[in-house]
Ligand binder design. Sequence first.
Ligand code: ADP
Ligand code: ADP
Length: 234
Amino acid sequence: KPLVEIENVDMRYGGADGTLAVSGLDMSVAKGEFAAVVGPSGCGKSTLMKLVTGLHIPQTGVVTVAGSYVTKPVSIVGMAFQNPTMLPWRTTLDNILLPLEIVEKHRHRLRRHKAEYVEKAEALLETVGLKGFGSKFPWQLSGGMQQRANLCRALIHEPELLMLDEPFGALDAFTREELWQVIRDLHAAQGVTIVLVTHDLREAAFLADTIHVMSARPGRVVNVHKVPFPRPRE
Ligand code: ADP
Ligand code: ADP
């Protein structure tokens, strides 16, 4: 049974007469798969991500994650979207700890083992090249740095499913390739399932096991190119 299953989904913004953003969307992602989603701008990639994470509920069709219908934001998911959304009144470290406060089963663990989680957040910051930036506020970080901090936030609660919507967009080429390696290692070591939206075919080919191609709007997945899965990793 796939970890993520989208069946015949239509999603309109602004109610029944609104903009059709995706239409007849079918997609499934196996447990442990690293899926890339590519397609022209406006075809509905971000909408797809928001459907899987429970930020949007479709008018037609079903979305399931780990066998449950998605009807509200899903707790086993970590997400990092294109536009960094850090809370400006919190330090970077406290932003990264946020999912632990939101996911109920982590909340009391966070209270009892705060020092451990702080250590873990600091280790994540180091992995993405932000060692020592935990005490800074979002406005003290560049766009690319905020994006990297967002990635730490997506990972802090060790999600089973990681949803990444162009998470490397604001990064310089050098940092981007470093983060590719971070994500790739994470996938290889922990077997987390990943869905990555990207405009960069080189990125998709380097990272993903499968490439799901969406057609022009209203988007549907028209083609799934499977890189051999599981893919041999050197
Ligand atoms: P992509 O991520 O592939 O660029 P999106 O999922 O953002 O595509 O958008 C799909 C379509 O839905 C586009 O036509 C876009 O303009 C429209 N759309 C996206 N978000 C909204 C919104 N909040 N309200 C109305 N239309 C939207
Ligand atoms: P992305 O490539 O991330 O989809 P967009 O420029 O399409 O970026 O959308 C940025 C934000 O604006 C998203 O939150 C999207 O939901 C919203 N948006 C996109 N198109 C529209 C629209 N036509 N009307 C209202 N909101 C929109």
